[in-house]
Ligand binder design. Structure first.
Ligand code: NIG
Ligand code: FE
Length: 420
């Protein structure tokens, strides 16, 4: 694997460390001016001035290195998107039109639309079709600077269809640059054939789906949609404990529309994250802070559902909860692959600073996927997953909105995408 020297950068901006940053630490990122970054064998081997690198390597050693001209741009860690529902078939644009005309997401779901409409389309699709449509979405992700993403099942809701989605995630991960971390979300909704026998569906998840997924090593995490009207905290606990007993670490959709006890359950189980949290209670925030559960915030969902209600990001940070950001990319409640869009919403609607937002979209996101030792910051020894922004400094990531700021994406030390 060839080396790569990235030079002519106006700024290298990155959080530091391999554990998540909470409270004031979330905004204490490193900003190095006039630095170069050397990638060697897929990892970051040097960050600092050219003069220091020449001292370390000897000036001759640098003359024959392949170089990337940073063009006066800003280098940040590759974005990590820790919550997506990437493998789906079909489209929900008709529901989108209904929402534009005034219907709510929950009204549409109650009328038989919502998640279940994507479940029927996904059940009818082949594994190959799921993989192909995912590759299109992954192309958007890469072009917007995402180098690692979590991907959930949850539109299959049967043993065969959950396995089909997870196998499609595995194939998609192997065929393009963005690394995918798979999550089993069989408890996303109760499927129609179990509507009057929900405990039988919970049995199916715990006794058949979880063991099969673990046996085939198709997922790293187990997730549940813990929400009033979907799965209760007791039902969620049962699923997450079954997952944990098979080595699938727990994470949750928690308190998205109503305070449903999801944050408290995440704390009780030591989950890696509680996600959404638009309606989280003060007690839930406190429980998360006490146990170090990461809050994965999805402002694209508030935006796309036109809720005008965003998760209490400032209160979470002030309480000491590490905050991460994700797209929630899915066809119903947040159809976007763009982490720069999520950073825009973080600054304008969640009220996070650009530094807090960068940490949330890189290191904290990596840590809540258990990858903090490997990715999420620009430091010697970490994997060389980097994004060159067409921006003279980090602030432009928020200031210049509505454009794609990504000029080059480097994955494992190699150029994986170049916009121009
Ligand atoms: O995270 N909240 C539950 N699941 C998704 C929505 C999925 C869908 O509408 O298809 C979410 O918003
Ligand atoms: Fe989600």
């Amino acid at each position: 694997m060839a080396d790569l020297l990235i030079e002519n950068l106006s700024e290298v901006a990155t959080p530091i460390g391999s554990t998540s940053c909470a409270g004031v630490h979330q905004r204490s990122i490193h900003r190095l001016e006039a630095s170069v970054v050397l990638c060697r064998a897929g990892s970051i081997s040097f960050v600092g001035t050219l003069a220091d690198l020449e001292r370390r390597e000897g000036p001759e050693a640098l003359t024959c290195l392949p170089r990337l001209d940073g063009g006066g741009g800003t280098l940040v860690p590759g974005f990590v998107d820790p919550h997506t529902h990437l493998p789906w078939a079909g489209s929900r644009e008709a529901e989108f039109a209904q929402r534009l005309a005034g219907k709510t997401y929950l009204e549409i779901a109650a009328a038989g639309g919502g998640i279940l409409s994507t479940v029927s389309a996904t059940r009818a699709a082949s594994e190959e079709d799921l993989c192909t449509s995912m590759l299109g979405r992954l192309g958007h992700m890469l072009r917007h600077g995402t180098t690692t993403a979590e991907a959930k099942s949850g539109y299959g809701l049967s043993l065969a269809d959950e396995l089909k989605q997870l196998r499609a995630i595995r194939s998609a991960s192997e065929t393009q640059a963005v690394d995918l971390v798979p999550t089993l979300l069989a408890a996303h909704e109760v499927p129609p054939e179990h509507r009057d026998r929900r405990s039988a569906y919970l049995d199916l998840i715990c006794k058949e789906i979880v063991p099969a997924v673990a046996e085939q090593q198709l997922a790293r995490f187990c997730d549940v949609f813990c929400e009033d009207g979907v799965f209760s905290p007791d039902e969620s606990r049962r699923v997450l404990e079954a997952g944990a007993s098979h080595g699938l670490a727990p994470r949750l959709h928690a308190d998205e529309f109503a305070d449903s006890g999801g944050a408290e359950l995440a704390a009780e189980l030591g989950a890696l994250s509680a996600d959404h949290l638009m309606a989280v209670s003060d007690a839930g925030i406190e429980a998360m802070a006490d146990t170090g559960v990461t809050a994965v915030l999805l402002p694209g969902t508030s935006f796309f559902l036109m809720k005008h209600t965003y998760a209490p990001a400032r209160r979470l940070i002030d309480a000491g909860v590490p905050v991460a950001l994700a797209t929630d990319c899915n066809p119903g409640s947040s159809y976007s692959e763009s982490m720069p869009m999520i950073l825009t919403l973080s600054v304008f609607e969640l009220g996070l600073s650009i530094e807090e937002s960068l940490t949330a979209a890189t290191l904290n996101a990596a840590c809540c996927l258990g990858l903090g030792e490997e990715i999420g910051s620009i430091e010697e020894g970490k994997r060389a997953d980097l994004v060159l922004l067409d921006a003279p400094n980090l602030l432009h990531l928020g200031y210049h909105y509505g454009v794609n700021p990504v000029r080059v994406v480097i994955k494992n030390g190699q150029v994986a995408h170049r916009a121009y």
